[in-house]
Design a protein around this ligand. Structure first.
Ligand code: SAH
Length: 211
């Protein structure tokens, strides 16, 4: 499957390919893990399709360099946390935030199926927090990379605030009926750039009206 993604140029860099090769999707998706389609993981939620995981890791590649820190909002199955964690080794950190408590626990169990990921969870290189990720997780900010795995009804300003000036980049689906991936970067002087990339279909990101 990974070789197909590479052949079709969804995976462009060796770093993304190697990181995805180190993570067995079978630990995270109970049904048809190696089909290039989203799969149900319970609680009305899906693990994203492999090509979307590849797109996200590829878009954030320069922001997932060794030693960098990343936030995954709506971390769901935990799959992408493991991929990102491999990319930022050594010394980098990855934080997942997920608002369904059962999925926080399940994603930890999924990660523990591989001793390398179990170790990363234990020593804090991977953390999974329960809560509303549309607010980000200020305790771990700023982040070089922010990935959002659910479609936000509008651009969450808290997440932009938590991007590191100079290196920060966010990959986020935005929209309700029509959704598109947006890439948001922050210059060293704090200037924010937003670009709309391509149309997608994600489960909704829950967001309080006042945020
Ligand atoms: N990248 C994940 C995507 C899971 S689907 C994967 O491939 O497994 C999106 C996830 O976002 C769901 O688990 C959903 O519960 C979660 N979610 C939705 N709104 C959220 C919010 N405000 N804060 C945190 N998680 C949220």
């Amino acid at each position: 499957m990974l070789d197909n993604l590479r052949k079709n140029e969804l995976i462009k860099s060796d770093r993304v390919y190697e990181a995805m090769r180190k993570v067995d999707r079978g630990h995270f998706a109970p049904y048809s893990p190696y089909r290039d389609a989203p799969q149900s993981i319970g609680h009305g939620v899906t693990i994203s399709a492999p090509h979307m995981h590849a797109n996200a890791a590829q878009a954030l590649e320069q922001h997932l360099q060794p030693g960098m820190s990343a936030l995954d909002v709506g971390s769901g199955s935990g799959y992408l946390l493991a991929v990102f964690a491999h990319m930022v080794q050594p010394e980098g950190k990855v934080v997942g935030i997920e608002y369904i408590p059962e999925l926080v626990e399940k994603s930890k169990d999924n990660l523990r199926k591989d001793p390398t990921h179990a170790e990363m969870l234990k020593d804090g290189r991977i953390m999974i927090i329960g809560g509303d990720g549309s607010l980000g997780w200020p305790e771990g900010a700023p982040y070089d990379a922010i990935h959002v795995g659910a479609a936000a009804p509008r651009m969450p300003t808290h997440l932009i605030d938590q991007l590191r000036p100079g290196t920060g980049k966010m990959f986020i689906p935005v929209g309700q009926y029509e959704q598109a991936i947006w890439e948001v970067t922050k210059d060293a002087d704090g200037t924010v750039h937003k670009s709309k990339m391509y149309d997608v279909r994600y489960v909704p990101l829950h967001m309080q009206p006042e945020n």
